[in-house]
Design a protein around this ligand. Structure first.
Ligand code: FES
Ligand SMILES: [Fe+2]
Length: 454
């Protein structure tokens, strides 16, 4: 029995043909993808001020577990305290600024390896090595309470650790706005990486990655094998403040005229690597379809019954039987993926019990023509199965490449090819179409953040 469908706002989202594009700049400067000055502007006005995903809360299960998070040349350490709260600090010693943490680890307190100053997990300075000094710590270094680790803001939502370097920034809830409630319905905090969890460098700007996953327009160009599954003409779009999302029903361009047989066949043929959540419900779907088969095995649906409706029922029943609470999700959400642009650098592809999350991070050394992406596939699993099925992060060494499934391979090479084009001095702007509202929205929000100087 469903009570409130918090995630169903998208059911009333606008068909993209009805969007008012007049508030967007449909010509977007290419300079933002290639210029070091622009990257520097992003560093100061975006990355130093924005809430950004820095990891998953379950990477730090125990008090004393810590990990380093970097964005451009800024380095932070995230740590779970004795009180269970996750905190963040600038990864620089208060003595002579040594980056005292590398990678990840577990410790009862932080000790800088250079001259062995020590801090509590909450950032308080508790010890200063004084091998040859006979006076007090205060005589040695001045007031101790001024030398705590420099804090940054950290909050957890949907199992993700969000970090904001700006201590005066508004809370995460303000930043997420209405997106928080819509996303909460998917229960991402109960999902773990399964199957695919890879980070590697890509030879393109981080925004090329974001743009590539924020439109379905390129499916016909880059993923022709998926054309028959996605009904792009029925895409719907909704803004959630800084963030936005769209949803597209399954069914090819001909789905409006497809008969029951084609509709059923379309679900049966969905490629599992792309859409594992829906594919997982196929056995139940077959049971339901079997109720309507004639002597020749062809489906005949009475009025009010459709393949899509049976698929929705199959997903709801399959997920509920597994123990996932889908009561906050609408029927549309059972069958239709939602594609989210979580500003600034996160793509979320969501269906019940499943999420594909791509995070594009600017290049550590500040090269605007490079970035890293972290592609992770999350599955909802009963608590007792989460640890055994968890996929650890695979970091691909520079110069090597991970072998993704077909669509991601296609995107991976396409994005680098776009960057090659963007670098041409003669091309000053990209020209967006009315099939790219999320791309337009993202660049409009980015323009707001960077202000007049952009
Ligand atoms: S730089 Fe850290 S103790 Fe000296
Ligand atoms: Fe793609």
């Amino acid at each position: 029995m469903r009570t409130e469908n918090h995630g169903s706002g998208m059911d009333s989202a606008l068909p993209i043909a009805e969007i008012d594009f007049s508030r967007y700049h449909m010509r977007v400067s290419t300079e933002r993808f290639t210029s070091r000055d622009y990257q520097e502007l992003e560093r100061e006005k975006l990355w130093m001020r924005v809430w950004q995903i820095a990891g998953r809360a379950d990477e730090l299960p125990e008090p004393g577990d810590w990990k380093v998070y970097t964005v451009l040349d800024q380095s932070y350490v995230l740590v779970r305290g004795r009180d269970g709260a996750i905190r963040g600090f600038v990864n620089a010693c208060r003595h002579r600024a040594n980056a005292f943490c590398q990678g990840s680890g577990h410790s009862a307190r932080f000790t800088c390896p250079y001259h062995r100053w020590t801090w509590e997990l909450d950032g308080r300075l508790i010890g200063v090595a004084m091998p040859d000094f006979r006076g007090s710590v205060e005589e040695f270094v001045g007031p101790k309470d001024e030398l705590g680790l420099l804090p940054v803001q950290v909050e957890v939502f949907a199992g993700f650790i969000f970090l904001n370097p700006d201590m005066s920034a508004a809370p995460l809830a303000d930043f997420l706005g209405p997106a928080a409630q819509a996303l909460a319905a998917y229960r991402l905090e109960e999902m773990v990486p399964v199957g695919l969890n890879v980070r590697e460098k890509i030879r393109c700007n981080w925004k090329v990655v974001i743009d590539a996953f924020q439109e379905g327009y390129h499916v016909q160009g880059v993923h022709p094998e998926l054309v028959s599954y996605m009904d792009m003409a029925r895409e719907r779009f909704m803004e959630f403040g800084l963030h936005c999302a769209c949803t597209v029903p399954f069914g090819g361009a001909r789905s409006a005229t497809a008969g029951p047989e084609q509709e059923v066949a379309m679900y049966r043929q969905l490629p599992a690597p792309n859409f594992p959540g829906i594919v997982a419900a196929l056995p139940r779907f077959e049971n339901l379809v079997a109720l309507y088969l004639d002597g020749d095995g062809a489906p005949h649906f009475p009025a009010g019954v459709s393949a899509r409706g049976l698929m929705q029922q199959a997903v709801r029943e399959t997920m509920t039987a597994r123990g996932l609470d889908v009561s906050a999700l609408s029927d549309t959400q059972m069958s239709d993926y939602q594609f989210w642009a979580l500003f600034p650098n996160v793509y979320l592809q969501l269906c019940p019990g499943e999420a594909t999350v791509i995070i594009a991070a600017p290049d550590r050394d500040g090269d605007p023509n490079a970035c890293s992406w972290h592609v992770c596939h999350y599955l909802w699993l009963p608590a007792e199965l989460r640890e055994e099925q968890r996929a650890e992060l695979v970091e691909i060494p520079e110069g090597e490449h991970f072998d993704y499934f077909l669509a991601l391979e296609q995107d991976y090479s396409q994005m680098q090819q776009q960057q090659d084009g963007l670098r041409n001095r003669a091309v000053k702007f990209m020209s967006l179409t009315r099939q790219e509202p999320r791309v337009a929205h993202f660049h409009a929000v980015l323009d707001d953040w960077l202000g007049d100087s952009a």
